[in-house]
Write a protein that binds this ligand. Structure first.
Ligand code: C2E
Ligand code: MG
Ligand code: MG
Ligand code: MG
Length: 289
């Protein structure tokens, strides 16, 4: 490599870095107003039980359509919001909106439908989080056992004692807790037994090649076996094909979520599907802890 090539590639890199920084600032300034201007929305993706092929729950996923920037994916704006207190406001909005929607669906005949809401580490650790959640449940009239909070592995390992206290408060209230993106956190497994957890979500990256990558198949099988021996249920995310479904079902995975059944959709577009695959009762997995 010549000197001039080196300089050129450095220049290219710095322009790209600059563009990225400008885009980041633009996102941030628009995101600040997105909530007030009603640009945020929740889509919902069904969670289907393998035993009865019925919808037992839905996961709420945030969507942002900015008039200036178009559709911005959550993978872009959530990490940005997490850098400041903004995530607390977005998170509270998502919890309230999702609980309200769950209650509306239940009143329309979908009794026992579970609502899963993603919660960031920063939000989970904010003082009074459990009180905030119980306030929202009281306000919306949703039964606590029908709310599930999804936390990522990394959020659990940061400060295990603090996490344990908060999780026990949530358990006391009757709220369910799932570990999202499980297997990607590069963390020790020993913390799992410390925490009162209801469900583990196998990360999409292990499900994708489950049919032809023996390593992924082994990891998924091990996660299912481990969760069961600790008294937890398992849900697999990113299930797109029948053969992935068959594999997971054969290993005793209780629930799946993925494009095979439905993409995340606006509430109104999902209602028909939910009624067609009506749930019997809240999927509950309880363990002491
Ligand atoms: P997540 O919680 O792990 O959500 C699952 C993601 O996988 C969603 O992406 C969903 O659309 C996608 N997905 C579901 N099924 C399939 C499938 O069969 N194939 C493929 N290829 N993808 C599938 P999405 O909606 O873009 O959300 C990305 C992430 O953003 C979420 O990952 C979550 O970490 C975060 N997020 C979304 N909404 C919220 C929220 O309200 N609060 C917080 N804190 N984070 C959120
Ligand atoms: Mg999730
Ligand atoms: Mg996930
Ligand atoms: Mg994910």
């Amino acid at each position: 490599q010549t000197k001039s090539e080196g300089r050129n590639s450095y220049q290219f890199y710095s322009i790209e870095m600059h563009a990225r920084a400008v885009y980041g600032q633009m996102l941030e300034s628009h995101l600040l107003q997105a909530l007030e201007r009603g640009e945020l929305d929740l889509h919902y993706q069904p969670q289907v039980s393998l035993s009865g092929q019925e919808v037992v729950g839905v996961e709420a996923l945030m969507r942002w359509t900015s008039p200036a920037l178009g559709k911005v994916p959550p993978d872009k704006f959530i990490p940005l919001a997490e850098e400041s207190e903004l995530i607390l406001r977005l998170g509270e909005w998502a919890l309230r909106t999702a609980c309200r929607q769950a209650k509306a669906w239940q009143e329309a005949g979908l009794e026992g439908l579970r609502m899963a809401v993603n919660v960031s580490g920063r939000q989970f650790r904010q003082p009074g989080f459990a009180e905030l959640v119980s306030g929202i449940l009281a306000e919306t009239g949703l039964a606590p056992r029908c709310l599930e909070i999804e936390l990522t592995e990394s959020c659990l390992v940061d400060n295990p004692r603090e996490v344990q206290t908060i999780l026990h408060r949530l358990r006391y209230l009757g709220i369910q807790v799932a570990v999202d993106d499980f297997g990607t956190g590069y963390s020790s497994l020993s913390y799992l037994k410390l925490f009162p957890l209801d469900r583990i979500k196998i990360d999409r990256s292990f499900v994708r090649d489950i049919d032809n990558d023996p390593d992924d198949a082994a990891i998924a099988s091990a996660i299912i076996a481990m969760a069961h021996s600790l008294g937890m249920q398992v849900i697999a995310e990113g299930v797109e094909t029948q053969s992935q479904l068959d594999f997971l079902g054969g290993r005793g995975c209780e629930e799946v979520q993925g494009f095979l059944y439905s993409r995340p959709l606006p509430a109104a577009e999902l209602t028909g599907f939910l009624h067609d695959r009506r749930p019997q009762a809240c999927g509950e997995a309880r363990r002491a802890g």
